[in-house]
Design a binder for this molecule. Sequence first.
Ligand code: NAD
Length: 320
Amino acid sequence: MTKKVVILGGGVLGTQIGLICAYHGYDTTFWLRSESSVGRTEPKIKRYSELMIEDLAKTKAVIGTPMGAYVYPRGLVADFKSATAESIDALIAQAKENFAEKIHIELDMAKAVKDAYLVIESMSENPEAKIGVYTAVKDLLDPETILCTNSSTLLPSMFAEYTGRPEKYCALHFANTIWKNNTAEVMGHPGTSEETYNEVVRFAGTIGMVPLQLHKEQPGYILNSMLVPFLSAAQGLWANGVADPETIDLTWQLATGAPAGPFKILDIVGLETAYNINQMKPAAQQEGTIENKIGKLLKEKIDNGETGVNAGKGFYDYTK
Ligand SMILES: NC(=O)c1ccc[n+]([C@@H]2O[C@H](COP(=O)([O-])OP(=O)(O)OC[C@H]3O[C@@H](n4cnc5c(N)ncnc54)[C@H](O)[C@@H]3O)[C@@H](O)[C@H]2O)c1
């Protein structure tokens, strides 16, 4: 029987995680809290599934080129070295079939998680919201179901006691544009069983990810321990009036050869997530601090609907 994976939350990352699971053959259910959530998630499923298929199609043009190994969608093509136009076409056909047949949306939480092998919580980075959902789901899960969080900044030990299954709970953290940036950081809390940890590592490999194992809890994991200070420094330069976002990005790109600068990355991450992360810093509540200025500037953009790539506008305009 095909294993069932459930995603709690259908936002930027939840949608991508669900799609990559369906792509790799898992029966995938999104649990969403309301009809209006369905109205927001369905277009994201459509958009990200189209982007995945577009990137697969583009792969055909880079087979055999020196750049190919750097740009192909690593989460979608397992064996790029021996890929051919025909093998990519077969992946596209399979992807279309899986996206059409293996994705379900469910508002009833009990129905959503019934018989689940693995449940991945990918809701807003808000501790109360996460605790609320863990409390609601804990008695509905099958005893064997593994529960993971995709939280970027909150530790699994903060939530373990609310899950009713601390030994079957750990973090499985993905990166945005999961089908290309196929990292999966696996991080237990002190009560995670070795069996669960190893199973989550194994699962990550089955959905085209490279499992990156952390030996202990670390706020921000490996990636965000580096990325968050980097993005904060860039936002500080902007909020302090030192330079505009375009110049800051250009500096980073020219000096390091990176394909994108911090403000382009912020647009991809989404300004709401950046805002939530900033507001968690105590200094953000104190008038006159740089964190407070960053919060106000981000809020202004969010209130204008400029929340990033998904909205068509963030620090850059994507409608042109
Ligand atoms: N955006 C990124 O680049 C990124 C990368 C890695 C991990 N993450 C993590 O993934 C998680 C989700 O982030 P996102 O960017 O997808 O956020 P998002 O704002 O795009 O989506 C959040 C989802 O949670 C739902 N939600 C919020 N409160 C809820 C509640 N009380 N009950 C039920 N559903 C609720 C929303 O409806 C939405 O579907 C966060 O924990 C974040 O730290 C995000």
